[in-house]
Design a binder for this molecule. Sequence first.
Ligand code: G3P
Ligand code: CA
Length: 260
Amino acid sequence: PAAGAPARLGGPVVSIAHRGASAYAPENTLASFRLAARMGADVTELDVQQTRDHKLVVVHDETLKRTTNVEKVYPKLKPWRVKDLTLKQIKKLDAGSWFGRTYKGERIPTLAQALRTVADSGTGMLLELKRPDLYPGMTDRVIATIKTDPRWRDSDRLTVQSFSWRYLKPVHERLRSARTAALGKPRADQLFGLRWYADAVHPDHRTVTPEYAREVHSQWMDLYAYTINDRATMRRMISYGVDGIVTNRPDVLARTLRRG
Ligand code: G3P
Ligand code: CA
């Protein structure tokens, strides 16, 4: 497929930058997304959660402690859950310094900002609904936000994934061009039900076997394995027949796909 297009059975292996090029830039920031495209990723992966005032933000952990200076800025707001701070409060945080001085001043992006930056970068997007069970109305808000973006609303270069599979149903029904993917490793009997509203499964690479890849493909679903950062494991997964590889190091994957 063209860069950023969804994988097709038997097509080339798709490169997905996990939280952006997160080995080299602070995860889930606009800097990390831009770098992913420059390193040859086809698709940019990111995690969506919801603030206290119901705004959509891109951040992985349920708390802001690991990837921002929240402890210093709001010492009284312990344990610093994303859902306990407003967007205005979150926007004051530095989401880059923890990673390195070069990235001082990077902010946690809103979903709308991330959609614009990733579209500008030219990659596709793999959007994870992170804990939709924890955030009432989040899935509806994600769908509405995508629908307001002219470059994503009818795009088949967008995949929505979640460990909470049932939240993929409304996405499948209301964003007709988008793909959906179940995170984890559904059993054979679960795959049969899932294929009505999911196009792919995205398991942890440590659970993937050639037999499982065949099982997924027999249901006409794609398989992307996460998160693989070394060439030996990348090569092994490719030999198993995976359709995509999620990596923190899109440059390493690009070299592996080029040279083997
Ligand atoms: O794309 C797979 C991966 O993002 C799922 O795990 O914890 O990094 O969001 P996690
Ligand atoms: Ca994720």
